[in-house]
Design a protein around this ligand. Structure first.
Ligand code: MTE
Length: 317
């Protein structure tokens, strides 16, 4: 007899959003486009003209199930953090200046041979899959997203890091014409984030190139972003142009701006409050519900071992 043990972040199949509801992209987009047209706002950024459009949707990896419904695409695509395009959530209204082709990612630092790779060449070298992930922001809201991407480990293997590499440092583009928010000189542009090598090669760590069964909309961080679902959302750097393997722990964007509030690890812990936001509960966007948050955002089985013996350190912010 088959016995399937649910992990902390999984739920019974019957509770998951019916596939048709979110895979029916045309219907969703149709409804969204109507509402947006009526509001006079621009439609979602043009994924249809994306040269990688034909490779989506990717096969779903059924091991990754959710304990709540998928956040409707329309809501997710109109509630984003992407400071290169402004400080409010209405990034979708002004993200058109982001040009996602040509797009090259530099892979450098402590690896056998530094190289650059165009996004469409990279997409040919990796195995894409869809995963349903929770997404938890330090501002105490959460969403659930059908991401498409590939485990970062695949890219680490391509890069062939040397033994001195202890961390991976990610960088977003630096071009104030493309991201006018970068004209705000008090921010430490470009946006930088980092992971330890153990985190980067953990199976949960996803390089995301699509969402809702198609290439990433610009406001989600096209053409490629990170998602480490057990960490606060700010770790999930968008529109990546550079990945460097380094020996020292990189200082991230928010840490550089306000080290009293933000650190490197940023693992979700409902018992450790951020100076401005309690982390005990989260608003599940689109549901009207505020629910208790969970340690490592519910992914403890996969990642708690990475922090054994480090509990007294600042691993929560
Ligand atoms: N990446 C870049 N380059 N710029 C940003 O401002 N914001 C971060 C993260 N990645 C950000 C970024 C924050 S604070 C969050 S919560 C998530 O992206 C938001 O992702 P979403 O808009 O897909 O929900």
């Amino acid at each position: 007899m088959h016995y399937f043990r649910h992990k902390g972040w999984e739920i019974a199949e019957r509770e998951a959003t019916p596939e048709a509801l979110f895979l029916n992209r045309r219907a969703l987009l149709g409804a969204g486009a109507g509402a947006i047209a009526a509001s006079g706002l621009p439609a979602f950024a043009a994924e249809d003209s994306d040269p990688s459009a034909s490779i989506y949707p990717a096969r779903r990896n059924e091991s990754f199930k959710l304990d709540r419904d998928i956040t409707p695409e329309k809501l997710n695509a109109q509630y984003n953090n992407f400071y290169e395009f402004g400080m409010d959530k209405r990034i979708f209204t002004r993200v058109d200046t982001l040009k996602t082709r040509p797009w090259e990612i530099a892979i450098d630092g402590l690896i056998e041979k530094p190289f650059k790779i165009a996004i469409d060449d990279l997409l040919k070298k990796v195995q894409l899959e869809e995963r349903l992930y929770r997404h938890r922001c330090v501002e105490a809201w959460s969403m659930t997203v059908p991401w498409t991407g590939f485990p970062l480990k695949q890219l680490v293997d391509l890069a062939k890091p040397t033994s001195g590499a202890k961390y991976v440092r990610f960088e977003t583009f630096l071009d104030p014409k493309m991201g006018p928010g970068q004209k705000q000189s008090w921010y430490p542009w470009p946006y930088v984030e980092g992971l330890s090598m153990a985190e980067a090669t953990n199976d949960l760590t996803l390089m995301v190139t699509g969402a809702y069964g198609k290439p990433l909309a610009k406001q989600f961080g096209a053409p490629i972003r990170l998602h480490a679902p057990w960490k606060y959302g700010f770790k999930s750097v968008k529109s990546i142009t550079r990945m460097s393997f380094v020996a020292e722990q990189p200082k991230n964007f928010w840490q550089s701006l306000q080290s009293s509030e933000y650190g490197f690890w940023a693992n979700v812990n409902p018992e450790v409050a951020h100076p401005r936001w309690s982390q005990a509960t989260e608003e599940v966007l689109g549901t009207g519900n505020r629910i208790p948050s969970t340690l490592f955002n519910g992914y403890g089985e996969q990642v708690a071992h990475l922090y054994k013996g480090m509990e007294s350190e600042k691993i929560w912010f």
